[in-house]
Design a protein around this ligand. Sequence first.
Ligand code: ADP
Length: 393
Amino acid sequence: MWPLIFIAGCLALVLLQFWWQERRNARLRIQARREYTEVALKQQREISAQFLAQQQALFNSMIEGVLLLDQEGRVQLVNESLRKFFDFPAEIRGKNILEAFHLPELANLTNRLQNEKIISDAELEIQREQLRSLQVNAAVVTDRSGVEQGQIFVFHEVTRLKELENIRQEFVGNVSHELRTPLSLIKGFAETLLDGAKDSPEQATRFLQKIDKHADRLLFLIEDLLTISRLESGHVALNFQEVNLRDLVQRTFEDFASRAAARKTTVENNIPETTVIWADADRLQQVLFNLIENAIKYGKAEGRVIISAREISADKTEISVADDGPGIPAEALPRVFERFYRVDRARARETGGTGLGLAIVKHIVQAHGGEVRVQSELQKGSAFFLTIPHRPD
Ligand code: ADP
């Protein structure tokens, strides 16, 4: 009997040990699995934090503004460019679009996007220090199985492009207008001639002279337009050389002898004989021509036009063309160098101006590395100043 009990006891002991071992192993397996899960979760969290940081860095490096909304239309992500565009006061993550941006137009885009799924080239204007124009492209964001997760908006600033487009349109409008006026006059005179005026030599001469005058105006306008377009596109290569300024002014005066005499204007060349500047002689002559022409044309009859020059610093000379005419109103001063700007439009047309003279002056002086400015007082006169840098070492 005892041996049997002993064997059973031993068996029970072996079984107990086996059971105990198994439980221990199971506990170790559970612990190992838990530890593995924790490590894996930690790694996953690290990877997704790294991914998010990379994503944010990528978005932040974009010039375009990026906005990500979640499915409820709350802000999930904005990049640095977008922050700069809108100048957000505080954290806007989690807010809805209207709370965050206060822009009903943008809220309308999110509504549109729900139906259209993609929006290209929408335009948005925001008033900050200045009016800024943004082009907006947007799309619905879906996961792999096509379930909508939110919306993404990309904002591209087009303020400068819009400004350039406005300048272009204004320029085309001005050019067409300036060309149409003399052309319709020429056509009118030609029709009058054909209708019978040609049979009277006196009338015919008068109308032909007018046709000739307006054709000249068209030619000047086209020449000035070509000059300005070459200057603006930077296609004018300046031929720099040492120029004796007094001689150059004297040569320019010769072109005005009869016009100055007709208005009884005295023109004075006050430039010292020794003044030599580093410039393109032909272009600088064009500058002087335009300024002296204006001074005679807009100055008073029997007035005085004085050209002077002085060294204003070790590295530049200032040239001035001054008249004692009626002057330019203060509000017009900042605009006189603009293309086609005229203080008195009717008077300028009558005197045959193209409205491009001062714009050409400004471009040529800037191409020399210099600057232009004007000073004027009503009934006292106007003075145009230009600086020309000295020859570089
Ligand atoms: P325009 O062909 O009309 O003369 P400009 O560009 O040379 O064109 O000049 C622009 C405008 O500036 C002129 O129409 C005129 O109103 C004004 N202006 C230019 N120079 C003078 C001046 N010396 N005195 C008064 N007004 C001037």
